[in-house]
Design a protein around this ligand. Structure first.
Ligand code: FES
Length: 164
């Protein structure tokens, strides 16, 4: 089974070795793919294509099957997440109350696009579907914190809180 060597020092990423152990642990179990992907995501923080390849190879399934599962379930991510994961609800109630402007302001202030993570690893930005807090629309979340009835002018203050 292959592992990823660092492009500059050639060292093996020890998470790759842990992933091989995870695969081994689940390999004989029926329906192993989803639990393996969950543990892989815990390990790496997201599921880049190299990790998906290792999972496919280790479990003897096709890469397209792995990719299909990763992209179908919203709990899996193809992109790295920041320490603070900002989600902007783009559900109907939030959208009509200006979620688009809030998202634009976040993009501008963070210098990020949707599904990107800042270089220092502090923030990642996502757009999501209704989170069930429509009465507070428009809503954004930062990890477990919920901010409702906000406007574009509140964005800077919210970001500042997490930078400090
Ligand atoms: S539409 Fe945003 S919380 Fe429901």
């Amino acid at each position: 089974m292959s592992t990823n060597n660092c492009c500059c020092c050639g060292q093996v990423d020890e998470r790759d070795e842990k992933l091989q152990e995870i695969i081994k642990k689940h390999k004989e179990t029926k329906g192993a793919l989803i639990p393996v992907l969950h543990e892989a995501q815990e390990l790496y923080g997201y599921l880049p294509i190299e990790v998906q390849k290792m999972v496919a190879e280790g479990l003897g399934v096709s890469l397209s099957e792995v990719y299909g599962v990763v992209t179908f379930y919203t709990q899996f991510s193809l992109n790295p997440k920041g320490k603070y994961k900002i989600q902007v609800c783009m559900g109907t109630a939030c959208y009509v109350k200006g979620a688009g402007q809030i998202l634009d302001k976040l993009k501008e202030k963070l210098g990020l696009d949707v599904d990107q993570c800042s270089e220092d690893g502090l923030f990642s930005l996502e757009a999501c579907r209704c989170i069930g807090a429509c009465g507070l629309a428009p809503v954004i979340t930062v990890n477990e914190d919920v901010y409702g009835r906000i406007g574009p002018d509140d964005v800077e203050g919210i970001i500042k809180k997490y930078k400090e």
